[in-house]
Design a protein around this ligand. Sequence first.
Ligand code: RIB
Length: 290
Amino acid sequence: MAVYNLGSINADLVYRVPHLPKPGETLAANDHSRGLGGKGANMSVALARAGSETHHIGAIGSDGAWMLDRMAAYGVETKYVAKSEIASGHAVISVDDAGENSILLFPGANQQIEDTAISRALDCAKAEDILIFQNETNGLDQAACLGKSKGMRIAYAAAPFDAKSVEKLLPLIDLLFLNEVEAAQLQDATGLAPENLPVSDVVVTLGAKGARWYDTYANTQTNIPAISVTPVDTTGAGDTFTGYVVAGLDQGMAMGDALALAARAGALMVTRHGTADVIPTREEVRDFAP
Ligand code: RIB
């Protein structure tokens, strides 16, 4: 089995700051670095490091070759990543001393993925494969329709949140990832609580409180307890969690076991500075003793 991920690829320009900048404030950073990021690339790296065959579908500009090299080095198949005339996406990320962040996003090539590139990639997918996407690229509707027509299981991590996109895609997806705030926003937009959404599995992440899985067919709710760690940087932890859940499912794990594995991966991730470059491997997650 394999996972096809239609997802963003960003250069993450990370600034360590004493506090998150306020409107109008000029703030000196204590440190800065450039790394591989983007919700899509982070999930692909998490999937690959968790041991799943991972095909990334996306686009970079002529400035992005280093990002593709890193993804390939981390075990992600990149032949479906197109070269665009537009500059690669990038994110300016402030991280404060408590590990919280604020992110400014330039979408760039991530929003210029051609229809033909998506269909060429998904032509190669099989019914038993999983398709995943987030909200940082174009082409979600097309990918979801193609994936559905092939009988693939479709997962959607609805971040950055856009209620209209989510509402449109609800009939096509099997697994939805939201955080607490997004779940409330979706409920405002649709009138539906997570347990009533027309999606078979809904996972709501609750930050330091863990996560909750709604099996809407069985009408059950399962809490996934948080693992207690001292966070230094929460950036990319949600992406790591999602990638590990989907990798677990791809590898035949039951949802509860995939969620427990992902909770360990996410907890380990928040103890590290950085995004895709520092996503833990399956062995590191196994040996993690919080
Ligand atoms: O979720 C974290 C990611 O959000 C960062 O890597 C950044 O690129 C933005 O896409």
